[in-house]
Design a protein around this ligand. Structure first.
Ligand SMILES: NC(=O)c1ccc[n+]([C@@H]2O[C@H](COP(=O)([O-])OP(=O)(O)OC[C@H]3O[C@@H](n4cnc5c(N)ncnc54)[C@H](OP(=O)(O)O)[C@@H]3O)[C@@H](O)[C@H]2O)c1
Length: 202
């Protein structure tokens, strides 16, 4: 299986075992990058700004990084996936409080001044899911909504109403789903803990 991790230099994507493809234009991929991406079976998309640094990024830039690059990424990978059976799996990593409509905005998001950001991410989720719906058959897209991701050596934070998940549990659950098929289009924090426990026979 050929798996692409978009954002492999980041906290979630980090792995020294991956082959790195470095590119500097996420709006238009060069031919050499396209060759590397050809016939990818699955992609875990983590390109983003880590939650603790969110407020340092202008909203317009955040829209590009969180939403537009992912939309361009799924389109490019679908175009470059020739086999189509089984379909390409694209998992967009999002977050626990992300709403898909103004009616769903949780008070935690509104109170922290992140309502527009949350709605933009919800729009990104919807676009990614709608893309696969439109191209039924050649690509299946999914969203993962983890809570706070913890890792050894990282300062533990407690945010009311925000569940947490260990980084290794999170990654193990995602890999399980990529290899064995995804059970539903939106994986919540508890789903990923359960999937990891089932996969490791706990
Ligand atoms: N960390 C958490 O506790 C947590 C919790 C819930 C959800 N999440 C979600 O998990 C996802 C990944 O978060 P993370 O903590 O791993 O983020 P991160 O450590 O900041 O990693 C982000 C990745 O995106 C890349 N990136 C950022 N800006 C870019 C740009 N303008 N152009 C191209 N690449 C760019 C970074 O590349 P460079 O290294 O080159 O900058 C890096 O590879 C996000 O969607 C986040 O919301 C994280």
């Amino acid at each position: 299986m050929k798996l692409i991790v978009g954002g492999s230099t980041g906290f979630v994507g980090d792995s020294t075992k991956l082959k790195s493809i470095i590119y500097d234009n996420f709006e238009s991929y060069s031919n050499s990058v396209k060759r590397e991406l050809e016939d990818t079976d699955a992609c875990i998309w983590t390109i983003a700004v880590t939650p603790s640094k969110l407020k340092t990024v202008p909203f317009e830039d955040a829209c590009e990084i969180f939403r537009d690059y992912a939309a361009i990424g799924i389109r490019a990978l679908t175009d470059l996936y020739h086999d189509q059976d089984p379909p390409l799996h694209f998992i967009y990593i999002s977050g626990h409080f992300v709403p898909r409509s103004p009616a769903e905005v949780p008070k935690e998001l509104a109170n922290s001044g992140l309502m527009n950001f949350g709605l933009m991410r919800g729009e990104a989720e919807s676009r990614i899911l709608a893309y696969a719906e439109h191209y039924k058959g050649s690509v299946q897209s999914y969203v993962a909504e983890p809570g706070l991701i913890e890792a050894p050596g990282r300062e533990r934070q407690i945010i009311p109403e925000l569940p947490n998940i260990d980084l290794r549990e999170f990654v193990a659950a995602l890999l399980d789903q990529v290899v064995n098929g995804l059970e539903k289009d939106t994986l919540l924090n508890n789903d990923m803990i359960r999937i990891k426990q089932r996969a490791s026979g706990e």
